[in-house]
Structure formats: C-alpha cells, structure tokens
Design a protein around this ligand. Sequence first.
Ligand code: URA
Length: 245
Amino acid sequence: MRLDKFLGDHNIGTRKQIKEYVKNGRCSVNGTVISKADMRIDEDHDFICFDGKELSYSRFHYYMLYKPQGVVSATTDGRNKTVLDLLADENVRGLSPCGRLDIDTEGLLLLTDDGGLIHKLLSPKKHVDKIYEVHISKRLSDSDIKRLEEGVDIGDTNDDGTPFITLPAKIEVLNADENGREVVHLTIHEGRFHQVKRMMEAVGNEVLFLKRLSMGSLVLDDSLHPGEYRSLTENELKMLGVYKE
Ligand code: URA
C-alpha cells in the first residue's frame, strides 16, 4: 500500500498534511528517513515510524462516520445513497456499517471490516449502551419518564411468545430546541428496529429528530460534520478492546 494511505489510516493527518510531514523527515521506513509520501510499503513487514514512534498495521479498518439524514445504513441500495457512498473509493473495500440507523436518523456510525467487533457491539447479550439525542413532539410527563426508564412494550415478542419489554433506560431532559420542542438524551441498551421511535410511541409521543451520540465507549467526534468521517484513533480502538499499539 502507499505510505500516505498507511499514515492516513493511523489518523496522522490529511493527505496534504501527510505529504508535508513526510517531506519534513518525520517518517522512517525500516530505519531510513524517507521524503516521498507516495512510496509503496509492505504494511505487513516494513517497520514504519512517525516522529520516532512505531506504527503497527492492523489488517482491519475502522472509521467513524457522522451519518447524515437521507442515506441508508447499507452497503448497496437500488434507490438511495448508502453510507459507503460517502467514503473515498480506496477506503470502502469490505466495510460494513456496525448496526443501522434509519434513513432520517443522523449521527454516529462505525464502519469496519472487523466482523468480530461488529458482533461484539451488536450482540443482544452484550447490552452495549447507545445514547441518542431525541427531539419529541410533546413534553414527557414524570410518569412517561418513569415508564421509559423502567421498560416499555414496543410491540415485539420474545422467543417464548411473551411481550418484549425494553431494558431500563435513562432519560435526561435538556433545554428545548429552537422550535420549542422537548429534547432528551436517551440511553438504551438494545438495538431493536426503530427502537427509539417505538419507545416514544409507547408513551404517546413522536420522534421528530434523532441523532446517535455514542455507542459503548465510542463517542461522535463533534468536529465532524454530517457526511464526514475519520479513522478511529488508537485510544478509541483500545477502549473498544481492539488491540493496536
Ligand atoms: N431508534 C430508532 O428509532 N431509529 C434509529 O435510527 C435508531 C434507533
């Protein structure tokens, strides 16, 4: 692969910055300082350092995307733009979205080719916390909040035919938005289809705007704009349990 792609995957900077950094002698390959960012390297065997620190190559790729509204969380779609259409072609190979956000939902979406991590984050048994910013049509009463926090029936059934009840959730009521609509942060532990919308429906409310802010330890980078993405940092990978030194 090209050195600038390798450095980009390590979140060192933009292509332009990387070119400059390499030109300034901050990168070495097998102990030799090099000056050309488009040099080809063998990522599995070469010893690559940036600012004197070794960068190891992960065979998997991990991107944080700020999914905008109007694109689908799929790899292909006959009708709509997909989240993969937002990535540069060279990054797309083998990636899948980790879970789905509705077409009209925006916010954090992890894209990766690491099936093990996808399984870990989506497994119903793991109860990974997801935090959403939710704008709703009317104010939640204390009893609505209590019901949502204790668990509500969203119309699904368990394997044994009993009603599925959502796990205890957490609601934090925030200031109203610019249109005077109630805004809450809702933390849930499952990822059922339309779960947030159906939870609000269960207490007679309606979701007007939905944004995912976090998934487990991964928090949407507030410097990203809708449609933008970046590689996960080493720290984010460590917190997700992906080993990368
Ligand atoms: N819950 C929903 O209703 N929609 C989403 O996109 C995510 C969670």
